[in-house]
Design a protein around this ligand. Structure first.
Ligand SMILES: Nc1nc2c(ncn2[C@@H]2O[C@H](COP(=O)(O)OP(=O)(O)OP(=O)(O)O)[C@@H](O)[C@H]2O)c(=O)[nH]1
Ligand SMILES: [Mg+2]
Length: 458
């Protein structure tokens, strides 16, 4: 091992103790194979973790299967301590061992080729001397090493594990791959540099780049949100028809297409957000983007967006009648409005078919004297709803690790807190920007206006 080689760590231990989970969490890679079935990882698998211009590698390995017999073999091939490393080298290159001890050969090979050792145990199960053969074999490798206690179900046996492990490893840490936030990940990287000081420069560079990467991710998420808001708030479907009755017939088709496309735009944005956080296989569930009906609770945007004076005003109106009176200033669609407002437009709905718009002719035929149109959505709630759902996903991604394989449920519940935390000028700017968006007006520098909402999350 030298400072010239890049840091490389082999994650080893008993089967089913979370080795692959630790690799997934640290590598931020949700394609690492993890399952409750013992013996999931069958061969050593190297994951290079590249963060900008720095990198290190984690090697996921199969668990020890026959450590006592492997140790007996090693003892037969080394009569004194100075021969132990050689015995390990012989072990991993022997065809006989490959046949007898395929898992031990697979896990020891990367170590004999220079990887440092991360030994993983389960802190919810009691210590037991059966593990000593594994730890003894690892000691024979003579590589830098540390132990990680993964409290899979509880922390019940952490103390006894610590005592036992400290006989074999200079550094012992508790690391839960399901809860590994940025701070814990950074602490583990720092420990890597302690056990392998030759790699410190590179590891410190990885850590610094992670800090930069976190900031860049949030900035990129802000750009993505701005782009998505502009797209959904201005989205419109038009279809020219020859007659008003044709336009009427098209009504349900156009409406369904509009809904489907709005949802598709949102899910594409959510997919891109997941990719920004290195989630490529993550399934999430979220209620369908509310495009009509009660989900557009008119009172909600009052609380979300408006300042105190406006709030008092709207509260007074709301007290007098229904909350739905606020937003009838639509740019052509009743789709996003609640039932009451929708009723104001019943019959006409989103239709602008009566005007003769296109008068030109192609080869003597009228191209269409009527236009059926759906959208854009002018409900003032809409940008808030889309933003809330986006931030909900962003926060869930930040609070999750790549070791988890369960479905992510997204809500927009955090939006209110995020808006409350804004300074009043920031909130005003946001309210104004969202109002312009839902009024189909251009918003100058939307990413900057959104920034304070996202900054709180970095
Ligand atoms: N609740 C909880 N479950 C965990 C934790 N770590 C691992 N698991 C679960 O334990 C099981 C085994 O995890 P893996 O990461 O596949 O374990 P492994 O050591 O790589 O297993 P093999 O490849 O079979 O040797 C999976 O079902 C994980 O979801 C943890 O910290 N908490
Ligand atoms: Mg595994």
């Amino acid at each position: 091992m030298s400072a010239l080689t890049l840091p490389r760590f082999a994650v080893v231990g008993h089967p089913n103790k979370g080795k692959s989970s630790i690799v997934a969490a640290l590598a931020q890679n949700d394609s690492v194979a993890i399952s409750s079935r013992s013996g999931t990882t069958l061969q050593a698998d190297a994951f290079e973790i590249r963060v900008d211009d720095a990198s290190y590698t984690l090697v996921d390995t199969p668990g020890f299967q026959r450590p006592r017999r492997a140790l007996a073999w090693l003892n037969q091939h080394a009569s004194s301590a100075d021969q132990r490393r050689e015995a390990i080298a012989l072990f991993v290159s022997s065809d006989d061992c490959a046949a007898q001890f395929p898992d031990e050969v697979a896990l020891l090979k990367p170590i004999s080729e220079g990887a440092a050792i991360l030994y993983v145990v389960d802190g919810s199960r009691p210590y037991n001397p059966d593990y000593e053969a594994e730890m003894e074999i690892l000691r024979w490798c003579g590589q830098p090493s540390m132990a990680l206690i993964n409290p899979i179900e509880s922390e019940a046996h952490i103390d006894t594990w610590r005592q036992a492990l400290s006989q074999f490893f200079k550094v012992v840490r508790v690391f839960n791959p399901m809860l590994a936030d940025r701070l814990r990940r950074d602490e583990i990287l720092e420990a890597f540099a302690v056990i392998a000081p030759e790699w410190r420069t590179q590891i410190d560079l990885v850590r610094a780049n992670y800090t930069q990467q976190d900031l860049t991710r949030i900035a990129d998420a802000g750009l993505l949100l701005a782009e998505t808001l502009e797209l959904v708030c201005s989205y419109q479907l038009n279809q020219q028809t020859l007659s008003k009755s044709q336009a009427e017939k098209l009504k349900p088709v156009l409406k369904a297409r509009y809904f489907a496309e709005m949802r598709a735009i949102e899910s594409a944005a959510h997919r891109r957000l997941k990719e920004l956080f290195n989630y490529r296989n993550l399934d999430s569930e979220i209620i369908d983007l509310p495009i009509e009906g009660d989900l557009f609770d008119t009172e909600k945007w009052v609380v979300w967006g408006l300042d105190r004076q406006q709030l008092a005003l709207t509260a007074a109106i709301a007290g007098a009648g229904t909350g739905a009176a606020f937003d009838v200033t639509m740019g052509g669609s009743s789709l996003l409005l609640g039932a009451t407002t929708g009723a104001l437009l019943a019959g006409g709905g989103a239709w602008f078919g009566a005007d003769k718009i296109a008068r030109f002719k192609v080869m003597g035929l009228p191209l269409g004297g009527f236009e059926a149109r759906h959208g854009p959505c002018a409900n003032r709630n809409f940008p808030y709803v889309v933003t809330g759902r986006f931030l909900g996903l962003l926060e869930a991604l930040q609070n999750r690790t790549h070791a988890r394989r369960d479905i992510l449920t997204v809500t927009d519940a955090i939006l209110q807190d995020k808006i409350d935390a804004l300074q009043s000028h920031e909130r005003k700017a946001l309210t104004a920007a969202f109002h312009r968006l839902s009024s189909q007006k251009v918003v100058d520098d939307l990413p900057n206006t959104l920034r304070p909402l996202l900054d709180a999350m970095s």
